[in-house]
Design a protein around this ligand. Structure first.
Ligand code: HEM
Length: 146
């Protein structure tokens, strides 16, 4: 979490600050979005649900959402290890049967749930940053699947 060097003026924030600010707003709302993300994910992509049939797989659902958020923060912070983390994640997920349409559904479920939960507090410019970063992550995932 970065300290914001602004005084509530969102237009002066850079992309990383915007994303962090939206996560702070979410924390203030005090809702764990994990169940809503998975409900949306499985409704959009029923075959993905069967991959979460075991208690172990269900137990990592929150971890998956957290890891996605951390990956976006690392990319915006230009952390050098970020591409390797994605490569390893994709190769682990290959063995569990995750496909590109499943990634698309998961990423869309995440950002749509985030926007819905933030409601009127969602800043359109910040949601554009989220969607752009997720689209760029999706391209990297697709490249690693190929
Ligand atoms: C960028 C997107 C994703 C990220 C960052 C991510 C991250 C993770 C992480 C961190 C774990 C926990 C690994 C562990 O500690 O054991 C995990 C597990 C899992 N993920 Fe994902 N995931 C993503 C997308 C997906 C998608 C699209 C699917 C497809 C259905 C999927 C299916 C699974 C399953 C089934 C497990 C549990 C495997 C097991 O332990 O049996 N993930 N994921």
């Amino acid at each position: 979490m970065v300290l914001l060097n602004h005084c509530g003026n969102e237009s002066s924030m850079n992309d990383l600050q915007r994303v962090n600010h939206s996560l702070e707003q979410l924390a203030n709302i005090g809702v764990d979005i994990t169940p809503a993300v998975y409900a949306r994910f499985f409704a959009a992509c029923p075959p993905a649900e069967s991959l979460f049939g075991t208690a172990e797989a269900r137990a990592v659902q929150g971890k998956m959402v957290n890891e996605l958020v951390q990956t976006i923060l690392d990319r915006l912070g230009e952390k050098p290890y970020s591409p390797v983390v994605v490569e390893t994640m994709v190769s682990d997920h290959d063995s569990w049967g995750a496909t590109l349409p499943m990634y698309d559904a998961f990423l869309a479920a995440f950002v749509d749930t985030l926007e819905e939960t933030l409601g009127e507090e969602a800043s359109p410019a910040t949601m554009t940053v989220w969607r752009r970063e997720l689209a760029s992550l999706r391209e990297q995932i697709a490249g690693n699947l190929a």
